[in-house]
Ligand binder design. Structure first.
Ligand code: AMP
Ligand code: ZN
Length: 110
């Protein structure tokens, strides 16, 4: 989608510190980390938020969770937090669905 920051990151038009990528998802470092490791996992497909997700996105939503699990496992994380802010009133600032992966003690809630 035009003028969407995370679509631009997914398309390589905007710089990001990418730690994982496949045909469906991209994971990159949050520019303003709230924990020792703070990554964002996004679908390459533009979905504005979980509110706009439909039945057809079921596989993709599961894929985000399993990508988080795999990245955390690769980092030998004993535990971690996943956060998905949804809608402006839910604290979502970037309107492209994303999953926060926080490893280590968070400094604040993202
Ligand atoms: P949210 O409040 O859930 O929409 O979270 C958006 C997150 O995106 C925040 O934690 C920001 O620090 C992060 N962010 C914003 N711009 C960038 C960027 N260019 N690269 C990486 N992370 C970003
Ligand atoms: Zn987008």
């Amino acid at each position: 989608m035009k003028d969407c920051l995370f679509c631009k990151i997914a398309e390589g038009e905007e710089e990001a510190d990418i730690v994982y990528e496949d045909d469906q998802v991209v994971a990159f470092k949050d520019i303003n980390p709230k924990a020792p490791t703070h990554l964002l996992i996004i679908p390459k497909q533009h979905i504005t938020s979980l509110k706009e997700a439909e039945e057809e996105h079921q596989q993709l939503l599961g894929k985000l969770m399993l990508t988080a699990k795999q990245i955390a496992a690769d980092k030998d994380a004993a535990g971690y937090k996943l956060v998905m802010n949804t809608g402006e009133k839910g604290g979502q600032m970037v309107e492209h669905l994303h999953l926060h992966l926080l490893i280590g003690k968070p400094k604040q809630w993202p």
